[in-house]
Design a protein around this ligand. Structure first.
Ligand code: MF3
Ligand code: CO
Length: 256
């Protein structure tokens, strides 16, 4: 297992700045999400506003990915590639995933949006989106010095199972350390066992980003583009993501 970087005070300030930028972009992108817009126009907005802020999009040219954000609609779990030929429609649920590199540090966060407003979406979609947000927060609350990385996933799994809704927790895609590198140690699973994995210490920064399917947990990776991940059973999927810091007393959400 790779060593988990501990960020200094100065490094944490830089993480705060990149994470604040990500949060403000996610705030503002909410205003342009409307029926009829293309996913490419979301990408253009994120791309231009990131550059204006003096940052660069972390995903751009990352492992051959050519866009500045991921936009994942309905049964797309994650890594939806923005396209000028794909349009949002009323009743869709959509995840926008934004990551920025600023002054040597990355920030990473994603949120769900209801296209056409909450009431335009089915009750089942609303329940999935809300429950997935709650799952993220349950994971965040498990973070404190002395806890183990595995406590995060175990808490999320317990919560999802306790709802009795039969949702599937995606296993192949995980949270991750974030800092000087877009992806670094530790890997943060969204399921698992309490008391397993690395010890959490003040100064660690990582994402928690549960992907929850209304149906089964199984995923299918697009053979067409090599990126888009969909639910195998075509059920809806939701995801919320924060970058968090382990503090002396607990946890701080950096991408709020
Ligand atoms: N926020 C995503 C992550 O947590 C972004 C990765 S998209 C990629 O890793 F296309 F750049 F891989
Ligand atoms: Co991430």
């Amino acid at each position: 297992m790779a060593k988990i970087p501990i960020k200094s005070k100065d490094e944490i300030e830089k993480m705060r700045a990149s994470c604040k930028l990500v949060a403000s972009l996610l705030d503002r992108v909410g205003d342009i999400i409307k029926p009829g817009i293309s996913t490419e126009s979301i990408n253009t907005f994120i791309h231009n506003e990131t550059l204006k802020a003096g940052a660069t999009p972390s995903t751009l040219n990352y492992k051959g990915y050519t866009k500045s954000t991921c936009v994942s609609i309905n049964d797309v779990i994650c890594h939806g590639i923005p396209s000028p030929f794909e349009f949002l429609k009323s009743g869709d649920i959509v995840n926008v995933d934004v990551s920025c590199y600023l002054n040597g540090f990355h920030g990473d966060s994603s949120r769900m949006y209801f296209v056409g407003g909450r009431e335009a979406c089915s009750k089942d979609a609303q329940k999935l989106v809300d429950t997935t947000f709650d799952a993220l927060m349950v994971g965040v609350e498990a973070v404190k010095p002395g806890a183990k990385v595995g406590d995060i996933g175990a808490s999320i799994q317990e919560f999802i199972e306790s709802t009795g809704l039969g949702y599937g927790i995606v296993r192949e895609y995980t949270g991750h350390g974030v800092g000087r590198n877009f992806h670094e140690a530790p890997q943060v699973l969204h399921f698992g066992k309490h008391g397993t994995g690395d010890l959490l210490k003040p100064g660690m920064t990582f994402t928690i980003e549960p992907m929850i399917n209304a149906g089964g947990h199984e995923t299918v990776l697009s053979k067409v583009d090599g990126w888009t991940v969909r639910t195998k059973d075509k059920s809806l999927s939701a995801q919320w993501e924060h970058t968090v810091l382990v503090t002396e007393s607990g946890v701080e959400i950096l991408t709020r």
